[in-house]
Design a protein around this ligand. Structure first.
Ligand code: AMP
Ligand code: MG
Length: 339
């Protein structure tokens, strides 16, 4: 189906809520990235999200709520440790996975018996969910595989003509998606690092990491982990280990000689190491919030500039750096150079 996609503002919440109640998809800003929302209790509405994004049907969606009471209606179990985390981090970039109530259609959860829930910390998102009087299933509002959208124009680039409307709320704050935590067992298990860090969570509850993202059986714990993600058209190469700058200069020269347009993505402190190439600045190493907020926009900008190759400097994998590196590693796929 082809849509005349409407570009809306915060003044049009009632119209957007009406579209959601009619079973249409509306993109809206959250504090992490833009989400593509639909009525989580209507499997036909949810099917439109998968169709618009080209998302594989077994990759489940996060359901966005405006209150803890609304979230609790969607699950069979609400452990005390989850209550503690919800009190500390909601509204905010933490998603909890719990056994689902039968009212949640299997279409939302990719056929799993669990559902992923969060309360977003953005006035437009909260007003929209409250006005719709519905839980809203919302993955990131990009074509599947592309970098997540952190501005309304990114959503427009990917989904114009494919969805009913986009609410423009300006650039999003965090820039990386929520932390996803499996709360169906103790210790809880980190399925995807995000805005709320492992260090933050461990102050309140026992949490282990699931580095491979796989069960011992080989089945993915979080189905989303097995798909290509966050990829611009340019080839992304992540350079890690010692002598990073030296390796990046060598790779840049090598690709440059082949006539390729090369960009380097790194923190401001490294700028002088890379004279003569396009520099995609992540801000200071001392403030990774800036890097998180910029990565997807910079990947899209590199495409807009016609870059063929993006060489990326590794960041420390702690606190917010863990989430940033998770996304950059997925964007690079197999192209990780370790020295
Ligand atoms: P996205 O909304 O595109 O940022 O992706 C949502 C992420 O949450 C994906 O990595 C999913 O695999 C994960 N997720 C959603 N629901 C569940 C669930 N019930 N169990 C495990 N992971 C989930
Ligand atoms: Mg996504």
């Amino acid at each position: 189906m082809r849509y005349e996609t409407k570009m809306l503002t915060a003044a049009d919440i009632e119209l957007a809520a009406h579209l959601l109640r009619q079973g249409e998809c509306v993109a809206f800003p959250t504090e992490t990235v833009y989400g593509l929302g639909a009525n989580a209790l209507d499997k036909r509405a949810v099917a439109k999200i998968y169709a618009a994004k080209g998302r594989p049907a077994d990759n489940p969606l996060i359901v966005h709520c405006h209150s803890q009471a609304q979230a609790r209606e969607l699950v069979r179990d609400w452990p005390q440790q989850v209550q503690k985390l919800a009190d500390a981090f909601w509204p905010g970039p933490l998603t909890v996975v719990l056994p689902k109530n039968p009212v949640v259609p299997a279409a939302v959860t990719g056929g799993l018996d669990t559902v992923a829930l969060r309360i977003p910390d953005h006035p437009i998102a909260l007003d929209l969910i409250a006005a719709a009087r519905l839980p809203v299933a919302a993955p990131s509002a990009n074509l599947s595989g592309r970098p997540s959208p952190t501005r309304a124009e990114h959503v427009w680039q990917d989904l114009a003509g494919r969805i009913a409307a986009i609410i423009d709320g300006g650039p999003t704050g965090w820039g990386v998606e929520s932390t996803v935590l499996d709360c169906t067992r103790l210790p809880f298990r980190l399925l995807r690092p995000g805005g709320i860090t492992l260090e933050d969570l461990r102050r309140l509850a026992p949490v282990e990491t699931a580095n491979s993202g796989l069960h011992t059986s080989g089945a993915p714990l979080s189905p989303g982990v097995k798909y290509r993600h966050y990829s611009p058209s340019a080839q992304v190469i992540l350079v890690t280990g010692k002598r990073v700058a030296e390796n990046i200069r060598r790779l840049a020269a090598c690709h440059g000689q082949k006539g390729k347009k090369v960009a380097v993505m790194a923190c401001d402190e490294s700028r002088d190491n890379y004279p003569g190439v396009i520099f995609l600045a992540l801000g200071s190493k001392a403030n990774l919030q800036v890097a998180a907020a910029r990565i997807y926009h910079l990947l899209r900008q590199a495409d807009a500039m016609g870059c063929d190759v993006i060489l990326i400097e590794e960041l420390p994998r702690e606190h917010l750096g863990r989430a940033i590196m998770d996304r950059l590693q997925k964007a690079a796929g197999p192209n990780i150079i370790e020295t």
